[in-house]
Design a protein around this ligand. Structure first.
Ligand code: AMP
Ligand code: MG
Length: 502
């Protein structure tokens, strides 16, 4: 379908291309080159992501790499492909989906003895594939900037995520609600395998391939499952448990940081427990537990407070898909059940750290529940609250009104601040004000900040993308020159509407 391209000799010394996913065989993908992106230009790049594969920013900007990252040349040694997966979308079985606009170029691996972790390199928005269905295979500049910035911001917040190496833009028009322009995000992750890959092979009755996929994932990413005796030596039940554990951790991090994903379909759930597929996501501004960030989500299935429950539902789908391998339903259920303790534990640990405690103190849950209730009642800004509280806690005093000023219910928050300071004052409470400042970021990628970068980039000014990236890569630092990025959202932020798949 796409134009085959001559190979380019790369990569940098010490690294080589390998194609372990492609080696699974043709049932797993369609071999396919990206569609060239006309007259591409670099919109933004992450030096930190490039370091993962020992690529310097200078090398990334050479014509050879730029050609590859736009999809206009193939790396010699890569085996480009679009993978097939299925999934449940908005709670309904959607059947076959697959990489409709992403091409996996291959996997960059360190030479034996060389430090580093192999990274798959995928181009998102790189043209039609056999799985494009009604889509055009492209991504627009707007959503590419959002994905690029948020991937790197999440990493800096210590939240597991796919990474983003760069954005290549083009003036090629792409039609959404209005004409926009095309862009390609070069993403990296050790693997882009989703729950939906397993669902695909289960639901189509391809159980040999299902086993092959599970063995591949276990051998590469979860080798301890082979020796885990908790499930009577059943490595597939152990895999389900391991993914359940990672997903529980991820959900606790999303909830603690105030991140709403927006499209938690099973095809958007990473088997490695990474945040993947940034679409209509949003960091909360005002704290509203029922916040829905996806304008296509009319039922609020993916509202902020529903995320941990949806993750559990999605894990059930994964469990169902692994059942032909696990064999015993009880073992699958036992693996899934661990979520019910792992998620609350992980969430409690995250919230304890937000309050500055190295270990969850007695009475933590009541303290957390009450402050979230007060914040929800007054729609207090989530990020600003935690940051101000982090400063307040260095010298707790009701004379300092910086936190109280965020609330209408002054008596309620003062009562809570007193309770919190009693916990802080307890000897051996394990309280560290510095932990709060290292846990509660000053900067998150609010929708309106992304919008500022997008508007400038549309006018070919890519400096805001770079500035925002710089700030978001160190979200716990003060960055006095960028104080405005830490401020409340402007009124127009409420009018930004974002739906799926742009
Ligand atoms: P998403 O909601 O972005 O996770 O996408 C769901 C499915 O739709 C996946 O199979 C995507 O590859 C596919 N898709 C989304 N946007 C497009 C597009 N513009 N062209 C082709 N396929 C797309
Ligand atoms: Mg997706």
């Amino acid at each position: 379908m796409n134009t085959p391209l001559p190979g380019h000799d790369l990569p940098q010394p010490g690294w080589h291309w390998r194609n372990s996913f492609a080696e699974l065989g043709p049932d797993f993908y369609a071999p396919l080159a990206p569609q060239p992106l006309p007259q591409p230009y670099l919109v933004g790049h992450s030096a930190a992501a490039a370091r993962l594969i020992d690529l310097t920013p200078a090398a990334l900007q050479t014509p050879a790499w730029q050609d590859i990252l736009a999809g206009n040349q193939l790396p010699a040694g890569g085996q480009p492909l679009a993978s097939v997966y299925s999934g449940h979308q908005f709670g309904v079985w959607a059947g076959q989906l697959g990489d409709g606009r992403a091409i996996l170029l291959g996997e960059l691996a360190p030479q034996p003895g060389q430090p580093g972790v192999a990274q798959e390199l995928q181009l998102k928005g790189s043209g039609l594939t056999p799985f494009s269905r009604m889509g055009d295979g492209r991504a627009v500049l707007r959503s590419s900037i959002r994905e690029f910035l948020c991937s790197e911001a999440m990493h800096a917040l210590d939240v597991p995520t796919t990474r983003a190496l760069c954005i290549m833009g083009s003036d090629q028009p792409v039609y959404r609600e209005q004409p926009e322009t095309a862009a390609v995000v070069a993403r990296m992750a050790p693997s882009f395998i989703r729950f939906g890959h397993f669902e695909h092979f289960c639901h189509t009755g391809q159980h040999a391939q299902l086993r092959q996929l599970a063995d591949y994932v276990i051998d590469r990413f979860y080798p301890a499952c082979r020796t885990d005796n908790r499930f009577g030596g059943n490595a597939y039940a152990a895999l389900l448990q391991a993914v359940t554990g990672r997903t529980a951790q991820l959900m606790a991090q999303w909830q603690a940081i105030g991140f709403c994903h927006g499209v938690m379909n099973t095809d958007n759930m990473s088997i490695l427990g990474l945040t993947i597929d940034y679409g209509p996501f949003q960091f909360l501004d005002a704290y509203d537990p029922g916040h829905i960030c996806n304008h296509s989500d009319h039922q609020g299935r993916y509202a902020f407070h529903k995320q941990p429950g949806v993750a559990y539902w999605n894990l059930y789908c994964l469990g169902q898909a692994l059942l032909p391998l696990i064999g015993e339903q009880e073992q699958a259920i036992a693996a899934l059940e661990t979520y019910k303790t792992l998620y609350p534990q992980a969430f409690a640990a995250r919230m304890a750290a937000k309050l500055g405690f190295s270990q969850a103190p007695d009475g933590l849950q009541a303290l957390v529940d009450e402050v979230l209730r007060l914040m929800a009642a007054d729609r207090v800004d989530y990020t600003i609250f935690w940051r101000r509280l982090s400063h307040w806690a260095r010298q707790p005093s009701l004379a300092d009104t910086s936190v109280r000023d965020l609330f209408l219910d002054s008596a309620g928050i003062e009562r809570w601040l007193l309770q919190f300071s009693e916990h802080v004052a307890q000897p051996a409470s394990g309280f560290f004000a510095d932990l709060m400042l290292r846990t509660n970021p000053k900067f998150v990628l609010r929708n309106h900040l992304g919008e500022l970068a997008i508007q400038a980039a549309r006018a070919k000014d890519f400096s805001v993308v770079a500035q925002l990236l710089d700030v978001l890569e160190r979200p716990f630092d003060e960055h006095p020159a960028f104080e405005a990025y830490a401020d409340f959202p402007p009124d127009w932020a409420g009018s930004i509407a974002i739906s799926c798949s742009s």
